[in-house]
Design a protein around this ligand. Structure first.
Ligand code: ADP
Length: 362
């Protein structure tokens, strides 16, 4: 004998013609409220008069009110949605309607409306599009910003070329001067492209936690040595304080990049304090690295935005120091990939401290 497993629902023989037993099976079919409660998305059902007969918790949350028992128009005051629901309740074909609300905060939704049968009402499933649209807007802004940032040095390069080929054609001194300026614009484009590529590479791998073993103290010492020339140019002392070693799980190259961006910033923007302190310490199950300068500091309103791409407190100052506006965005993404945390503390007039916390190697 063969044993065939069947879901209990299918065990009942399928009747040849409509019989009363078919009606008797109805208790097996869950009630509309149970189906709506089981749906992962915000969902509501309305009757033929437009009164909400069932709504799940997600719908109540998204509408910031308990809609059940009230007319749909008291929860969603959007004529296009109400018309689609009324049409579906009459038995007409369903529709998708995108709409926005302005208060209490601007949000965008998509309402999928389907009929429950002529005169029986309609089912409404909502999707919050706010985050998706924000990401889309950020992506568009990013492309516009990146193009603008690249176009500026490109325009300068074209201008210098015109001068060399035109007015300064026979002027060797002017040519040398303009070639020098072209060099610095080309360098700026290269830095920007390098940073853009770094950012996209790190973002692509952000979900993968790096697995190497890295000594953070060694990384800090290495970067301090690499930037010793820059520190000298800025007439700034870099003091490193920490234990013999501090092992974390990570990517050495990426942690060098973090350290380099933080120290370069401290020198570029905070060298008036004449001293930068790099401190490393063990804090419970984490390694903490901080770079503190004693420069002008950063006003509070800028702090939350510093890690946004292309955000700069002073665009001219950043450009004149070879900045791309991407350094701290790169730092944030690398720290995220390492499952760490970046903290920025600054007090105008006293300097800034950028700290990262990384889980110690287990
Ligand atoms: P940039 O390439 O412009 O240096 P970053 O993303 O590294 O870009 O930094 C963003 C902005 O944050 C800088 O343009 C600067 O205005 C500010 N900033 C970063 N570090 C410091 C610091 N140590 N002191 C003062 N301002 C800083």
């Amino acid at each position: 004998m063969t044993n065939t497993f069947m879901w209990p629902f299918f065990k009942t023989p399928v009747p040849q013609e409509p019989q009363e037993t078919a009606v008797a099976e109805a208790p097996l079919a869950p009630a509309l409220t149970e189906v709506i409660n089981a749906l992962p998305d915000p969902a509501l059902a309305v009757d033929g008069q437009g009164v909400v007969v069932a709504a799940n918790a997600q719908a109540a949350e998204i509408l910031e009110a308990e809609p059940a028992g009230r007319h749909l128009s008291s929860a969603i005051r959007v004529p296009a949605v109400l018309e689609a629901v009324a049409a579906a309740a009459r038995g007409e074909e369903g529709a998708s309607v995108d709409y926005e609300i302005r208060v209490p905060v601007p949000r965008s939704f998509r309402a999928h409306v389907s009929s429950l049968g002529p005169g029986k009402g309609a089912l409404l499933v909502l999707r919050d599009l706010t985050r998706e649209q924000q990401i889309e807007r950020m992506r568009a802004d990013f492309v516009a910003n990146a193009s603008h940032e690249l176009r500026t040095p490109l325009a300068a390069l074209s201008g210098f070329l015109d001068t060399i080929m035109g007015a300064a054609r026979h002027d060797e001194k002017a040519q040398t001067k303009f070639l020098g300026l072209m060099r610095s614009q080309a360098d700026r484009m290269r830095r920007l492209i390098d940073d853009l590529l770094s950012l996209s590479r790190i973002e692509m791998n952000e979900h993968l936690r790096p697995s190497g073993e890295v000594d953070l103290v060694q990384v800090a010492g290495h970067v301090r040595d690499v930037l010793s020339g820059m520190a000298r140019d800025f007439d700034c002392e870099v003091v490193l304080d920490g234990p013999g070693s501090l092992m974390v799980t990570g990517s050495r190259d990426e942690l060098v990049q973090v350290m380099q961006n933080l120290l370069e910033n401290a020198l570029k923007y905070g060298s008036s304090g004449k001293r930068v302190d790099i401190t490393l310490r063990r804090q419970h199950d984490a390694a903490e690295l901080s770079v503190r300068d004693h420069g002008p500091g950063i006003a509070e309103e800028h702090l939350p935005r510093l890690t946004e791409r292309f955000y700069r407190v002073n665009v001219q100052e950043s450009r004149s120091r070879g900045g791309t506006g991407l350094g701290l965005a790169i730092v944030k993404h690398i720290v995220n990939r390492h499952r760490g945390k970046l903290t920025i503390v600054s007090e105008p007039g006293l300097g800034s401290e950028f700290s990262i916390r990384l889980p110690l190697k287990s």
